[in-house]
Design a protein. Structure first.
Length: 216
């Protein structure tokens, strides 16, 4: 029996990132879908374990971890067969860390523009500008590079790609990753680098398609 329980919401991008990493690592995870976040994550028992009341939230045999990036770093460090996704060597690891911290800011810019779709609202022009500024920074980071941090795919690539593809929730939002050539090529490269990632992104796109159809 697995020791890992992941509190998850099927549509949540940070949860999607953690599910992807767990699947790439081949981990057996008990996934508990939390549909009513404000109720189920805010019971006294859950708040004691996860004070932020957010998903993803991981329980590994009584070790409680919130924050998708921290969960991913933990899973690779504890259960990875090697350290290629999250290098042990400090001078390599810091490059991954830098991109993961960058992603925290990037995702917060993107969430404003794609959440508008869920709330049936118009996106603010200043928010679109900030999302595009983030995409431009990412495009510069990828200049002449195959991957975001070092010579192979790392957590940084999966984490940032997860944020970028989340923009697909709102295709007309005015922030289009495909308009940034390095970003576009890198996303395609990532898809062909790993069949699990390719399956994951296909399932995500099928879900988005269904969601967008239901909103018409
Ligand atoms: N920085 C967090 C963000 C997590 C997050 O915002 N989760 C949302 C769902 S996508 C949530 O649980 N919201 C419910 C709440 O804030 O009470 C991470 O990367 O894990």
């Amino acid at each position: 029996m697995t020791s890992l329980t992941l509190y998850n919401h099927p549509m949540s991008p940070p949860c999607r990132f953690v599910r992807l990493v767990a699947s790439i690592l081949g981990l057996d995870v008990n996934i508990v879908d939390v549909r009513e976040l404000s109720k189920e994550m805010q019971t006294p028992e859950m708040l004691k374990k996860f004070p932020q009341h957010k998903v993803p939230a991981l329980d590994d045999n009584g070790l409680y971890i919130s924050e998708s990036r921290a969960i991913a770093m933990y899973l690779v460090s504890k259960y990875g067969k090697d350290d290629s996704l999250y290098p042990k060597e400090v001078s390599k690891r810091v490059l991954v860390d830098q991109r993961l911290f960058f992603d925290q800011d990037l995702y917060s810019r993107f969430v404003k523009v794609f959440l508008a779709k869920f709330h049936g609202k118009q996106v603010e022009a200043s928010d679109v500008e900030k999302a595009n500024d983030g995409l431009e920074a990412l495009n510069r980071m990828l200049d002449g590079k195959k991957w975001l941090a070092g010579d192979n795919v790392t957590l940084a690539d999966y984490c940032v790609a997860n944020s970028v593809t989340s923009l697909e929730f709102n295709p007309e939002c005015g922030a289009d990753p495909n308009k940034h050539p390095n970003v576009k090529q890198w996303l395609t490269r990532l898809e062909s680098s790993n069949t699990k990632y390719a399956e994951h992104i296909k399932a995500f796109r099928d879900g988005v398609k269904q969601m967008l159809e239901s909103k018409k």
